[in-house]
Design a protein around this ligand. Structure first.
Ligand code: A3P
Length: 297
């Protein structure tokens, strides 16, 4: 049964209780569940705005022996397909790109666990789950909604968006549900959980750990440093292969995909009352997750 979604925007639909827009139509979401997984695939699993693009670029470079010239030859969204995304105008159909692509594939998805390809639990590919403080996610998402034509031409203000976010009435549904669905996998040996805040704190160290997780122990410290430099906020913002400025559905003059790239921007958006309400809701929703997620609000 679908939940009631009062802030209805044109083009939204609900699939197994999760809200989506037209670029993830029901047929695509059905096909995703039957997607053929390969054991050497690497999945980058995130809730939107957690730093997905950042992680895709890092993982792609690590798996392709830091081939910077190849990384410069096509946008990250073509090298690392977005599984449940279908946009004919952009010639970007995630499933088709993934199926045509040689291994090792770096596959992006924002799906909660229950909507993933069934084979992910049989073939046991490596899965990187990236989390970010949900208050920062919410601010980033608000700006993305403003700049993108994909979300029913959202014209609302911050309080409205915050309410939508808290109720899971945004593309890909509830942050709480997404997080609760994946958290139990944190100890599985083919999973690695990463935090945006830790990447901001020490990118090179996180990259080293990811290289080890991916079995890329042959990459030299110099190469890993070059990957970190290539993936700094400034470099990725200036790089047309990562900044998404060519994507017709994003108006970068309203808000670019690489907007601020900081920790704690939420303090510029949440009032004290909104923050307290969020904290309360967070505690209610997340109280059963042990050990607790180490976000410091
Ligand atoms: P902000 O809107 O807070 O700036 P996604 O790729 O999941 O859509 O996430 C986009 C968010 O990740 C944006 O956050 C963007 O700036 C941030 N981001 C992308 N690349 C980054 C990088 N190299 N360093 C830090 N943040 C980055």
């Amino acid at each position: 049964p679908s939940k009631a979604f009062p802030h209805t925007l044109p083009g939204q639909h609900v699939y197994h209780g999760v809200l989506f827009f037209g670029f993830s139509p029901p047929e695509t979401l059905d096909a995703v569940r039957d997607f053929q997984v390969k054991s050497d695939d690497v999945f980058v699993v995130t809730y939107p705005k957690a730093g997905t693009t950042w992680m895709q670029e890092i993982v792609w470079l690590l798996l392709h022996d830091a081939d910077f010239s190849k990384a410069a030859s096509s946008p990250v969204y073509m090298r690392s397909p977005f599984l449940e995304f279908k946009d004919e105008t952009l010639k970007e159909v995630g499933l088709d790109i993934a199926e045509a692509m040689p291994s090792p594939r770096v596959i992006k998805t924002h799906l909660p666990r229950k909507l993933m390809p069934g084979e992910i639990f049989e073939k046991k590919p490596k899965v990187i789950v990236l989390f970010r403080n949900p208050k920062d996610v919410c601010c980033s998402y608000y700006n993305f909604y403003k700049s993108s034509s994909s979300f029913g031409d959202f014209q609302g203000d911050w309080p409205q968006f915050l309410e939508m976010f808290m109720e899971g009435q945004v593309d890909h549904g509830s942050w709480f549900d997404f997080t609760k669905s994946w958290w139990p996998m944190r100890e599985a040996s083919n999973f690695r959980f990463v935090f945006y805040e830790a990447m901001k704190e020490n990118l090179l160290d996180e990259i080293k750990q990811l290289a080890a997780f991916l079995g890329k122990t042959d990459l030299s410290p110099e190469t890993l440093s070059k990957v970190a430099d290539h993936c700094s906020f400034e470099s990725m913002k200036a790089n047309p292969m990562t900044n998404h400025e060519d994507v017709y559905s994003i108006d970068s003059s309203v808000s670019p995909l690489l907007r601020k790239g900081t920790v704690g921007d939420w303090k510029n958006y949440f009032t004290v009352q909104q923050s307290e309400e969020f904290d309360q809701r967070y505690k209610q929703e997340m109280c059963d997750l042990l050990p607790a997620i180490p976000f410091q609000f």
